[in-house]
Design a protein around this ligand. Structure first.
Ligand SMILES: NC(=O)c1ccc[n+]([C@@H]2O[C@H](COP(=O)([O-])OP(=O)(O)OC[C@H]3O[C@@H](n4cnc5c(N)ncnc54)[C@H](O)[C@@H]3O)[C@@H](O)[C@H]2O)c1
Length: 331
């Protein structure tokens, strides 16, 4: 059994705790969070140890792997602390707070031998998104030409979260940038338009919605639509168009029931609400891939380099939205 510790007992930490506890090859041995009784409360559910200081997790010889779900500005520090102690790491997105810190982390990790480090872009393990990728890789739609990604949250996080999140592009759109790279490969040009539609987030100075265009190095193009507040619910859709067909993913609902009447036809269930429900299977599959990388030496995906590449796109999107110009990504 792989002995796993979780750093950060917040929203995503609780998701990972449940996935670890229910995984046949893993056991949750420790939870770390300095705030109030957060660590104790989550640890008690699974009979794990509770720590307030991440250094205690790194020093714990009964921990094989660490899931980092702390606030974004702490990711790089926690990844390095864990890897220097010989522990494998699954770190939440974004891999670090900005491009500079992410590149420094990647470079530092290259200087010593360590177990796998994987980044939590869970969409790569979502059954529909992964299924679309498998169809593309099998040549079912020919050459990919365009990708359309829609990702809208049902409601915005509090301004206090937005303030330390790194902003819309690094915090939210980053999932879409990785998803676009999953299908398009490397990106060379970014155009972004940001919007401020929510009065409650205006003081953060951040955008709460955006439309973004990415051009891949191979000439393919992706469009991304983001909103932090969508009154119709958690809106997660994908279309991949190719030379011989297309593959698309609609929103997930709890059932596929439609009520049809003479004057009306429509789905009975709303979209699955928010990431905890919609991506539950993806988080579980992501954990299995992480364990396979540690135990069987399976390839790590996404890597820290993927995390860096997504942040580079996020930074370019920020520059484009601020300047009103297309931004080229060098290299
Ligand atoms: N992959 C996804 O779908 C997904 C979803 C949500 C959040 N995230 C990412 O996960 C991270 C956490 O987000 P969240 O929504 O769970 O936030 P959150 O605020 O709910 O939880 C963060 C937790 O970290 C704790 N913390 C603060 N300082 C700490 C420290 N020094 N050591 C250990 N724990 C510390 C806080 O007390 C809090 O309980 C962010 O980087 C976010 O981008 C990813």
């Amino acid at each position: 059994m792989l002995r796993v510790a979780i750093i950060g007992a917040g929203r995503i930490g609780r998701v990972h705790a449940e996935s670890v506890a229910s995984h046949p090859k893993a056991t949750l041995v420790a939870v770390c969070d300095p705030m109030g009784t957060a660590a104790e409360d989550l640890a008690a559910v699974y009979g794990a140890k509770a720590y307030k200081d991440a250094a205690d997790v790194f020093a714990d010889t009964e921990v094989d792997a660490v899931i980092v779900g702390s606030p974004t500005p702490l990711h790089a520090e926690h990844v390095l602390g864990a890897t220097r102690s010989g522990k494998a790491v699954l770190v939440e997105k974004p891999v670090a707070k900005d491009v500079e810190e992410a590149k420094a982390l990647d470079a530092e990790l290259a200087t010593f031998e360590h177990p796998p480090v994987m980044v939590g872009f869970q969409r790569r393990y979502d059954p529909s998104i992964r299924g679309a990728k498998d169809l593309v890789d099998a040549g079912k739609i020919g050459d990919v030409e365009q990708v359309v990604i829609v990702a809208r949250d049902p409601s915005a996080p509090p301004a206090s979260y937005v303030a330390v999140s790194g902003g819309l592009f690094k915090d939210m759109s980053i999932h879409d940038f990785d998803e676009a790279r999953f299908f398009l490969g490397d990106i060379e040009e970014v155009v972004a338009f940001g919007q401020q539609t929510l009065p409650e987030l205006k003081d953060t100075g951040d955008f709460d919605a955006a439309m973004i265009l990415l051009r891949g190095k191979n000439g393919t193009v992706a469009s991304i639509t983001n909103q932090r507040r969508c009154v119709t619910g958690y809106d997660q859709r994908l279309e991949v168009h190719g030379s011989e067909g297309s593959v698309s993913m609609d929103n997930w609902r709890d059932t596929t029931l439609h009520l049809n009447k003479a004057e009306f036809s429509g789905s009975q269930d709303p979209y699955q609400n928010f990431f905890l429900q919609r991506y539950a299977a993806a988080y579980r599959n992501e954990l299995t891939a992480f364990i396979d990388a540690i135990v069987d030496g399976a390839p790590v995906s996404p890597t820290v380099s993927d995390g860096v590449a997504a942040l580079v796109i996020a930074q370019a999107a920020g520059e484009s939205a601020a300047s009103g110009r297309a931004v080229r990504i060098e290299g």
